[in-house]
Design a protein around this ligand. Structure first.
Ligand code: AHR
Length: 513
């Protein structure tokens, strides 16, 4: 993938682009209104490639160290991220998944062909019990993606009963027979996935009616309260959102949206680790385009739901590159560089700005698929640069979003896009601690950033930084620690101004106490 791009810097005021740039941020510590829902930092696990098998799950008899069948190394790494919600079993897989094949004694579970993802044979050894128990181990909310494309209303209704009923009901008793007495708490349920595509190739009018029908029989059992999510649009399909808002309206609690940072759906998407400066800046532009897309979907939702009761859930997002050479076709296995880290930080900043409507987001996907947190190979595991962004950003979960003004240089990139050279999020947590995450997108120049925080007395500053020599750097199984978090010492207070020196291509999170 060779993209010819102009990356000329605009001149703002009298500041020209040299080796050092300047930017300023004014944070309004007393004007925060919105809590950043922790679910914005959500994850997604599909039966795709080695996300489940080999990634999360190896089985109790594996030589790989495991805790009741879950990889112990992966489990421990994920615990560090405070994963708030995990979406499963798909994706496209969800609309071919029949949950009853994945319960009961493993030897009796039938096999199936994973038609969407390389025709791999799925043995159903990881099913509902295994998934919901994993959520308990991670202390996260499960988000079940129901089968509307090829499943029946009865099948989905019974699934909800199996998971959440505490009564003397047939499905609750089946669950008890399978070793689980008490129901799990399941809040989030998706009524189909990509119903315009792999989830049934439907038109929005037809899907709206199916949503109404399927969701009617997803009951609230014994104090469990479902948050029902309609399968939403992809990218720029504003008509889908319009029709669903009109025809489904408040029957749904949430409407989803999928947006991938991808060069296109046909042909090469480019290698994850081989790209030049222009490719990198183009990627930042495509990633930030999500803000326009979100804003347009939100304006449609506002028309039908001015009280903002229906959440917009970006339940699939992230980078999508060519599969790594030598990996199994159809398994969407890709490496992860500092470029991916910036897609994560910039996208999370966008979500944090729109939390009056965006209530959840799920990066695709948690392990070994697309923009993953973790890569595994046999017994080995590496943490990706994206993992470290989620680790740095976890401080914003359920914190009060602090509005800010940001003045910085701009970079012109291909496709008539202009991107800011700096991106940021500020929030205040329950203990009144302020966290500021700042990304210096500029690949060559460091930036001096002046931060004003009127009325805030800072006694102590600490920070973490993610950066690397080359934007193409990544953690491999051979060199797993090329990129990781380091202590950041480039912040100081001068009078009432907090000054920080951000190295080129770096992401920093500051803690102000
Ligand atoms: O995340 C990979 C796939 O992308 C999902 O299965 C599908 O929903 C989307 O098209």
């Amino acid at each position: 993938m060779k993209k010819l791009i102009l990356t000329s810097a605009l001149i703002i005021g009298s500041i020209a682009l040299y080796a050092q740039e300047s930017a300023s941020i004014k944070i309004y510590p007393n004007q925060g209104k919105e809590i950043i829902p922790k679910e914005i930092y959500g994850q997604f696990a599909e039966h795709l490639g080695s996300c489940i098998y080999g990634g999360l799950w190896v089985g109790e008899d594996s030589e790989i160290a495991n805790t009741d069948g879950y990889r112990t190394d992966v489990l421990n790494a994920l615990k560090e991220l405070h994963v708030p919600v995990l979406r499963w079993p798909g994706g496209c897989f969800a609309d071919e998944y029949h949950w009853m094949d994945g319960i009961g004694p493993k030897k009796n579970r039938p096999k199936m062909v994973n038609n969407n993802w390389g025709g791999t044979i799925e043995d159903n050894s990881f099913g509902t019990n295994e998934f919901l128990n994993l959520c308990e181990l991670l202390n996260c909310e499960p988000y079940i993606s129901g089968n509307v494309g090829s499943g029946s209303v009865e099948e989905l209704a019974k699934w909800v009963e199996y998971m959440t009923s505490d009564g003397d009901s047939p499905m609750a008793n089946l669950r008890r027979k399978n070793g689980r007495d008490k129901p799990w708490k399941v809040k989030f349920i998706g009524i189909g996935n990509e119903s315009w595509g792999c989830g049934g190739s439907m038109r929005p009018e037809y899907y709206s009616d199916l949503y109404r029908r399927y969701s009617t029989y997803c009951r609230n059992y014994d104090g469990n309260n479902l948050y029902k999510i309609a399968s939403g649009a992809s990218d720029y399909d504003y008509n889908w959102t319009e029709v669903l808002m009109k025809n489904v309206s408040h029957r749904m609690n949430g409407l989803s949206l999928h947006y991938y940072t991808v060069t296109g759906w046909s042909g090469s998407k480019g290698a994850a680790t081989i790209f030049d400066k222009e490719d990198y800046y183009w990627t930042m532009g495509k990633c930030l385009e999500i803000e326009n897309v979100i804003t347009k979907h939100i304006s449609i939702m506002d028309k039908y739901d001015p009280g903002k009761q229906i959440g917009l859930l970006v339940d699939e997002w992230g980078t999508w590159w060519d599969e790594e050479e030598g990996s199994t076709p159809g398994h969407l296995y890709q490496q992860n560089t500092m470029r991916d880290a910036f897609v994560a930080s910039l996208t999370l900043d966008v979500f944090n700005r729109h939390t009056d409507r965006i209530k959840m987001a799920n990066i695709a996907q948690i392990v070994n698929v697309l923009q993953s947190m973790i890569l595994t190979k046999g017994k080995a595991m590496v943490l990706t640069p994206t993992y470290y962004v989620f680790e740095m950003y976890k401080v914003h979960q359920d914190a009060l979003y602090l509005p800010l003004d940001l003045i910085c240089d701009k970079i012109n990139v291909k496709d008539n896009r202009t991107i800011p050279s700096i991106s940021a999020t500020a929030s205040k947590d329950k203990n009144e601690i302020i966290h500021i995450s700042i990304s210096n997108v500029n690949i060559e120049d460091f930036q001096e950033v002046k931060i004003e925080l009127p009325g805030v007395k800072i006694n102590n500053i600490s920070g973490k930084i993610l950066s690397s020599n080359k934007i193409t750097d990544y953690n491999s199984f051979k060199n797993p620690n090329v990129i990781n978090l380091k202590e950041f010492k480039g912040a100081k207070i001068e009078g009432k101004i907090l000054k920080i020196k951000l190295p080129a291509k770096s992401i920093v999170t500051l803690t102000l106490e």
